[in-house]
Design a protein around this ligand. Structure first.
Ligand code: PEP
Ligand code: MN
Length: 355
């Protein structure tokens, strides 16, 4: 893909990061215009709003449909911003092209489906539409790059990827786990492809947007797509993760843009790997404590004592042997296990003491 062209001409994409902002969904003409006017006044160049919403569960708001494209047309005329929406079928593409939409993105659920991707590539082929492809819902780089290749093979050259994270089982601080190593691998394979971060869908909470946007910048991403709504708490979809236009301004102003090449790409990549492993450690420890509490409940029901020394000794020996076999320090492993065990006992005491 070494003949890709910029998704926007120089006049729009002047500096890193390129920012796309706007509500998750177009809800009413008023909501779209009011949000757009505030964002335009704040210097945002590209406005996003979903008019067809792929929802995981039926019964949720599924978008206003084609009428929303007319509202986006008004945004374009009134504010001069470029406008973007999500497409998932060939009908969506035809309507978006007809309405003069400037950029389309492909959602995570669609990227995961090669049939849908081929249909979209066929429908978009022959146009010069900039297309942003979100990562698929599973952490599969081949599926992600395969979707981009289908578009490329259809003749599209203004392409970029959006990293929005990956859903996982179990409780994590994020709606979608960042798994930074996946976009890093995509960059290794397709170095000329711009990557935008989507801290809104990754965090799922507005208070996480700033730090996730900063992490994306630290990894050398080219831009950000952030959900912003004039009244986020009243949003019809993804209410918890949207920020007001003024909150968005604060997030963008606080970003520190470092020269990634100067700090060493290898170091950046390794730090991302550490972050990912640490996130997994947190998740594992949470799982570990959840099981401990279940054991606490069991022991309570069966009037058993909490501390069972033999079991603890056995556990300590087993894990320390395993660590040693991997070339790790035995004392290091024992101290970690001891801290975990202490916390586990504390958790069980809490259960037992509860009336
Ligand atoms: C969106 O951008 O509103 C959206 C539906 O995103 P995703 O495909 O990442 O869930
Ligand atoms: Mn959304």
């Amino acid at each position: 893909m070494n003949d890709l062209r910029p998704i926007f001409p120089e006049s729009v994409a002047t500096a890193r990061p390129l920012v796309i902002a706007g509500p998750c969904s177009a809800e009413t003409e008023e909501q779209v215009l009011s949000t757009a006017r505030q964002l335009a006044a704040d210097g945002v160049h590209v406005f996003r709003a979903g008019v067809w919403k792929p929802r995981t569960k039926p019964g949720c708001f599924e978008g206003v449909g084609a009428v929303g494209l007319e509202w986006l047309g008004r945004v374009k005329r009134e504010t001069g911003m470029k406008v973007a929406t999500e497409v998932a079928t060939r009908e969506h593409v035809a309507l978006a092209l007809e309405a003069g939409i400037d950029l389309v993105w492909i959602g995570a659920r669609t990227t995961a489906n090669p049939f849908a991707m081929q249909e979209l590539a066929d429908a978009l082929g022959g146009s010069d539409m900039p297309v942003l492809v979100k990562n698929p819902v599973s952490p599969d780089v081949d599926l992600w790059s395969g979707a981009l290749e289908r578009l490329y093979n259809a003749g599209l050259r203004r392409l970029a990827a959006i990293h929005r994270g990956f859903p996982t089982l179990g409780k994590t601080p994020y709606r979608n786990q960042p798994m930074w190593s996946i976009p890093i691998e995509l960059r290794r394979r397709l170095p000329e492809l711009p990557i935008l971060g989507d801290p809104s869908h990754m965090g799922g909470r507005r208070d996480l947007v700033g730090s996730l946007a900063q992490q994306a910048m630290d990894l050398g991403f080219d831009g950000l797509i952030i959900e912003s709504h004039c009244t986020p708490e009243k949003a019809w979809s993804d209410s918890a993760q949207q920020v007001t236009p003024s909150e968005l301004r604060r997030v963008l102003d606080a970003l520190v843009i470092r020269d990634v090449t100067a700090s060493g790409e290898e170091l950046v990549r390794l730090r991302a790997e550490i972050d990912e492993v640490d996130d997994q450690l947190v998740e594992l420890l949470h799982r570990r404590m959840t099981v401990s509490r279940k054991i606490g409940r069991y022991k309570k029901q069966h009037a058993m004592s909490i501390l069972q020394t033999d079991r603890y000794k056995e556990l300590l020996a087993h894990r320390s042997d395993a660590a040693e076999a991997l070339g790790m320090d035995r004392d290091f492993m024992e101290s970690i296990l001891r801290i975990i065990h202490e916390e586990s006992i504390r958790q069980q005491m809490e259960i037992i003491e509860k009336k």
